[in-house]
Design a protein around this ligand. Structure first.
Ligand SMILES: [Zn+2]
Length: 264
């Protein structure tokens, strides 16, 4: 090949790269500047895909102590129905340990008459929400998306205590390499059994507030339901979780006048 041919191929490869460019990379260490990350392949207004992380006024997570609590509102019951999923996908998202439910999965959360299918659940270490002035060891997020795109996250703070066998199934099957996926016909998961058996799945106690995704693009319009009761995993399980990702938690965001409602 002569120089001109090499040059032409280099330009073509660059062009193909622009056409199929992945979204920009981000990590938790640089969370203060997520909003400024540029997608050089795009012009305004698409050039700053994570701008909402910086300009949003209802960002998550929050320190609950910074919010006013209003208990005068009548709240709909939060009812979880998380049956066994026989074909979940264990997924290393590149930012956390996650389980994606299968396409035919019927698990959902019901709030009043509205149903929100469970799409995935994942873990942060330490917790993202701060309760009574302290982060917990970790936090579980059940992510639900309704048919019209509304996002509901049910969160549970995780303390160190009794081992959780279902969490062990997650740890044992999520691949260690980023973007790794595993689906095995012999490995089912029961998302409900991550929660304490003492909870009434048809009447969960919670704090609720408006917020956002806690990872880029930090989209708002997410309604949060933080369960009042914590769940436990063992110290060994926490160490195993850290062997995937540690410090994959976003820090508390400005409350900007948001009010909490609660069943307690
Ligand atoms: Zn999360």
């Amino acid at each position: 090949m002569n120089k001109i041919q090499v040059f032409t191929i280099a330009i073509l490869l660059g062009y193909i790269n622009l056409l199929f460019a992945a979204p920009p990379e981000w990590n938790h260490e640089e969370q203060a500047t997520w909003w400024a990350i540029e997608d050089a392949t795009k012009d305004l207004p698409m050039r700053y895909p994570f701008a909402e992380c910086g300009v949003g006024q209802h960002q998550s997570p929050i320190d609950l102590a910074t919010a006013k609590l209003n208990n005068t509102k009548k709240l709909n019951k939060l009812q979880s129905s998380y049956p066994i999923d026989t074909a979940p996908t264990f997924f290393n998202s590149g930012h956390g340990v996650q389980v994606n439910t299968s396409l035919n999965y019927k698990g959902e959360i019901k709030i009043g008459e509205e149903s929100y299918p469970l799409i995935q659940f994942h873990f942060h270490e330490p917790s993202e929400h701060v309760i009574d002035g302290k982060p917990f060891a970790a936090e579980l997020h059940y992510v639900h998306v309704s048919d019209d795109g509304k996002i509901i996250v049910v969160a549970a703070a995780i303390d160190i205590g009794a081992e959780n066998p279902t969490f062990q199934t997650v740890l044992d099957n999520v691949p260690h390499e980023p973007s790794g996926k595993k689906t095995d016909a012999n490995i089912a998961i029961n998302p409900a059994s991550l929660l304490p058996a003492s909870l009434d799945p048809n009447d969960l106690d919670f704090y609720s507030f408006a917020g956002s995704l806690t990872t880029p693009p930090c989209s708002e319009g997410v309604q949060w339901y933080l369960l009042s009761q914590v769940i436990t995993i063992s110290a060994t399980q926490l160490d195993q979780l850290k062997s995937f990702y540690s410090n994959n938690a976003r820090s508390s965001q400005n409350i900007n006048g948001r009010v909490l409602s609660s069943t307690n």
